[in-house]
Design a protein around this ligand. Structure first.
Ligand SMILES: [Zn+2]
Length: 132
C-alpha cells in the first residue's frame, strides 16, 4: 500500500528521504531513549547528508506540535467516543498517549521535516543498487 518512492514510506520507516534504501536512525528501536534522536551523518547508500545545517532539526519542533496534536485528537476520539469515557479520563488518555508515543512522535516529526527539503530521487535509488 505504501510503496518506496512515496513520502509516507520514508516517514513511517524513518528511511533516507532521497533513496528510501536505509534507515536514517542509528538504532532501529525508538524506545532506546538515548538513541531516539541519533541520526547518521549521511546515507551510506546515496551519500545524502541528513543535516543540511547544524541547527537543521530545530525546525522539526514545529512539526512535532502538529504530530502531537494529531495523536491527542486520535486518543480523545478513541476514548471519548468509542470507549465512552468521561472527559477527565479522555484527557488522561491524551496525556498517557503523548508520553507513551513521544519517541515515535519525535522521530516521525524529524522524518517529516527532512522530507520537506529532500525529495525522493528514483534515478539515484536505481543507479546505485543496494550493495548488501
Ligand atoms: Zn539515501
Amino acid at each position: 500500500m505504501i510503496n518506496k518512492g512515496s513520502k509516507l514510506y520514508s516517514i513511517f520507516t524513518g528511511s533516507c528521504p532521497k533513496c528510501h534504501e536505509e534507515s536514517m536512525y542509528l538504532n532501529p528501536n525508538p524506545y532506546v531513549l538515548r538513541d531516539t534522536l541519533k541520526i547518521g551523518e549521511k546515507c551510506s547508500h546515496c551519500q545524502t547528508k541528513y543535516r543540511l545545517e547544524p541547527s537543521f532539526f530545530f525546525g522539526s519542533m514545529y512539526v512535532s506540535y502538529g504530530v502531537g496534536i494529531a495523536f491527542s485528537v486520535a486518543a480523545f476520539i478513541i476514548s471519548y467516543f468509542f470507549l465512552n469515557s468521561s472527559l477527565m479520563t479522555a484527557f488522561i488518555a491524551i496525556t498517557v498517549t503523548l508520553i507513551v508515543f513521544m519517541p515515535i512522535i519525535m522521530r516521525v516529526s524529524r522524518t517529516i521535516w527532512i522530507n520537506m527539503f529532500i525529495h525522493y530521487d528514483k534515478d539515484l535509488a536505481q543507479k546505485n543498487p543496494k550493495k548488501r
